[in-house]
Design a protein around this ligand. Sequence first.
Ligand SMILES: Cc1cc2nc3c(=O)[nH]c(=O)nc-3n(C[C@H](O)[C@H](O)[C@H](O)COP(=O)(O)OP(=O)(O)OC[C@H]3O[C@@H](n4cnc5c(N)ncnc54)[C@H](O)[C@@H]3O)c2cc1C
Length: 409
Amino acid sequence: MTISFDLTKNSQISVEHYNKMAREVMRPISRKYDEEEHALPVEWVDHWWNEGRKGAPVDIAEATDGFVTICIQAEEICWGDCGLYLRMPTPALGGSAVGAAGTPEQQQRFLGPFREDGHPIWGAMAITESSAGSDASAIETTADFDAETEEWILNGTKIFCTAGAQASTIDGGLTVVWATVDKSAGRGGIKSFVVPANTPGMELIGCEKKMGIRASDTATLRFENCRIPKDHLLGNPDVQKKSAKKTGDKGFKGAMATFDASRPIVAAMAVGVGRASLDFLKEEFERQGVPIRYDAPPRELTAFERDVIEMEADLQAARLLTWKAAWMMNTGKPNNLEASMAKAKAGLAVTKICQKAVELLGPVGYSRKILVEKWFRDAKINDIFEGTQQINQLIVARRILDYPSAMLR
Ligand SMILES: Cc1cc2nc3c(=O)[nH]c(=O)nc-3n(C[C@H](O)[C@H](O)[C@H](O)COP(=O)(O)OP(=O)(O)OC[C@H]3O[C@@H](n4cnc5c(N)ncnc54)[C@H](O)[C@@H]3O)c2cc1C
C-alpha cells in the first residue's frame, strides 16, 4: 500500500499562484478593509476577476480532481486575508449548496454563468434565523407552491448571511435559501432554493458590524412574498413525511450534505489564518536571533520553543485532517465524520495559535502596527460558522458511536 502526501502538479501551481497573490495583493490592503468595514474591496475584486481566478483550475461544479486543490487555495488565500477571501466574487457557499443538493442540470444552470467572462458575481447561503442557528431544522422561513404560476413563494428573515449583500443585489448573484415547504413534515419538509439577485420580494436589510473578518459582508435578508420558478428548488421536491421519521429525514440530509463540502473549506481557511500567525511569529524571532531547537531534548526546550512546536503540531494535524476530508469528498466517499473532525480540530487550533502568537510577541502583538491582532480576531469565526466547535464535536461523537441525533443532542 502506498500513501502519498505529494501535491499534484495542479495543486503545486495553485499554491504558488495564490501565495504570490496573497503576499502581493491581499496583505497590502488587509488593514485598510479591516478598518473600512463593509466597503467593497475594489482592487481585490478587480484583481481576482481579471487575474486571480485565471490561476484557479477548479470550481465546485467541476471539481473532479479539485476538492483538495480548493482547500489548498483556501489556505493560501486566507494566509493572505480571511475576510477578503470571503469577499471574492465566487459562488462560495452558494456554490457548495448547489453542488451538494442540486441535480447535474441545476449545477450547470446555476453555476455555469460563474465560468463565463463578464461582471464579478457572488454566491451566498442563507440558513440561519434568529431562532435557528446550530439547530438548522428549527428554521421558520416558508416556501409555498403556487400551482397556478408554478412558482415558490418565500417568506421569512435570514441573518448572518456571508456575502449576502453582494449575492442579493448584484446581477448574476445567487443566494441559496433554506425554507420549509411543509412545517408538519419536520426536517423532511426543509428544502433549499436558489434566489437570483434582485428578485422582487428579497430585501437586503443591513450588514453586521463584527469583531473579525470585517472585510466580509454579513447580511440580513428579508423575504416577503418572494417568487421564484418551480425548478429553483434544489434536488428532489418530494416531502418525505414517513421516511422523515423512519429513514432519518432524507430530504433534510440532502440539504445538510452541503456541510460535507463546506466544512473542509472552512477548516482550510482556519489553517491559513493560523499559518499566517505562526509564520510571522517565527520570522520575527528569527530576526531577533531567537532559535527554535526542534531537535533539543524535551527537558531542555524553552517555554517559547515548546509553545511554537505545539503550535506547529496542531497546525499540521489540522491540515492533514482537512486534506483527508477533502480527498474523501473528491473521491465520492462519505466524509461527514471527517469533515466535522477537520472543522473541529482546525477551529480550535487556529484560535489557540493566534492567541498564543499575540501573547508571545508581547505588546507589539496587541498593536495595530502589525496584523497579528487582526488574525486573532479573524480566527474565531472559523470555530463558529458552518457548525460551531461544540456541534462538530457532537457530530463526531454521533458518527463514532453510531447514534442518531435524537439519542445524542
Ligand atoms: C460572521 C458570521 C458569518 C456567518 N455566515 C453564515 C452564512 O453565510 N450562512 C448562514 O446560514 N449562517 C451564517 N452564520 C451563522 C452561523 O452559522 C451560526 O452563528 C452558528 O451556526 C451558530 O448558531 P447560533 O449563532 O444560533 O448559536 P446557537 O445555536 O444559539 O449556539 C450558541 C452556543 O451554544 C452552543 N450549542 C448549541 N447547541 C448545542 C448542543 N446541542 N450541544 C452543545 N453546545 C451547543 C453552540 O456551540 C454555541 O457555542 C454566520 C455567523 C457569523 C458570526
